[in-house]
Design a binder for this molecule. Structure first.
Ligand SMILES: NC(=O)c1ccc[n+]([C@@H]2O[C@H](COP(=O)([O-])OP(=O)(O)OC[C@H]3O[C@@H](n4cnc5c(N)ncnc54)[C@H](OP(=O)(O)O)[C@@H]3O)[C@@H](O)[C@H]2O)c1
Length: 283
């Protein structure tokens, strides 16, 4: 039996094994996907050595906090990874480790699915971590010419700015309360509001002085409805959560690992429904 893994630091609440094993069994692929928690960089190095030796390993996914660290151990990176400087998927091919990023595709496909037109919209991205980079790249690939970014730690926005020099404008957090900049779309890519700290919100609608946006997206999927999304809905704003992004990035990873497979829209819809029920149970 072939092996696939998700590596990260804290994976207790991850639903990735459910999504991948559901796809694998539906397509009749003799492989199993499981979580491997790695406490530090040394463990990451040991994991990669194990992967190189074990002929049954097809590849693995990477989540917080190793999406950037993993690049040090990979032999080749895709063009997307070269730009984003973070990978969430690795494939083993002819003994080499190839790094990919499917987060941005998951993000792009989820927006298309929800039916949000991003072109010529004023977009604010909250956060400057790994997920922010993937989302900004997704927006860039969707033809967006200008993205505003704000982050608790201003210095972190400097490094993200250097990756997307042409389209990014950095906004200090305090400006949201002072200046009358109206955003059409606000996207949360921070971990604020994620389980178990579900009372927190990354955005203060009360003190945001400009007009309300038309769409608010939170890439968090646990809970399905974060405080940020609840506060947006109270104001009549259309919202979306991160579950679709999660499922679509997993679908893209499967395609990379097994090439030529057909994951139908029916199967994706079924998995989305099942994931919703699973997450709702945990909430
Ligand atoms: N739906 C999906 O498929 C998907 C995919 C990837 C990630 N995600 C989610 O996206 C979130 C971020 O992931 P990541 O990989 O980007 O993590 P990361 O690289 O660690 O970045 C975390 C971001 O959150 C900000 N942040 C954390 N705590 C904060 C606080 N108390 N107040 C204000 N800002 C805070 C950080 O700001 P500082 O720079 O100031 O620390 C940083 O911008 C996670 O919830 C993750 O589960 C979802």
């Amino acid at each position: 039996m072939k092996k696939l893994f998700l590596i990260g630091k804290s994976l207790k609440h991850s639903i990735s094994p459910f999504i991948h094993n559901r796809i694998l069994s539906e397509l009749g692929i003799d492989a199993v996907y499981s979580n491997v928690e790695l406490s530090d960089f040394v463990k990451l190095k040991e994991f990669v050595e194990m992967v190189r030796k074990d002929k049954d390993v097809v590849g693995f996914n990477i989540t917080i906090p190793y999406k950037e660290d993993i690049l040090e151990f990979c032999d080749e990176v895709s063009e997307d990874v070269r730009i984003i400087k973070a990978a969430n998927t690795v494939k083993k091919k002819n003994g080499k480790l190839l790094a990919y990023n499917t987060d941005w595709i998951g993000f792009k496909r989820s927006l298309e699915d929800i039916g949000v037109d991003v072109k010529d919209k004023k977009i604010l991205v909250l956060g400057s971590g790994g997920a922010a980079k993937a989302c900004i790249y997704g927006l860039y690939r969707m033809g967006v010419k200008e993205v505003f970014v704000t982050n608790r730690t201003y210095e972190k926005t400097e490094s993200i700015k250097s990756l997307f020099e042409d389209i990014l404008k950095i906004i200090p957090v305090e400006w949201l309360k002072k200046y009358d900049f109206k955003y059409d779309i606000i996207i949360n890519t921070t971990s604020v509001g994620m389980f178990p700290n579900i009372e927190n919100s990354p955005f203060d609608f009360e003190n945001y002085v400009a007009g309300i946006p038309v769409f608010v997206y939170d890439i968090i999927y646990n809970p399905l409805k974060t405080t940020f999304l609840k506060e947006a809905e109270i104001r009549g704003i259309k919202t979306g959560n991160g579950l679709k992004m999660l499922v679509y990035q997993a679908v893209e990873a499967e395609k990379i690992w097994f090439g030529g497979i057909d994951i139908t829209s029916n199967l994706i819809a079924e998995i989305l429904n099942e994931c919703e029920r699973k997450v709702a149970k945990v909430e």
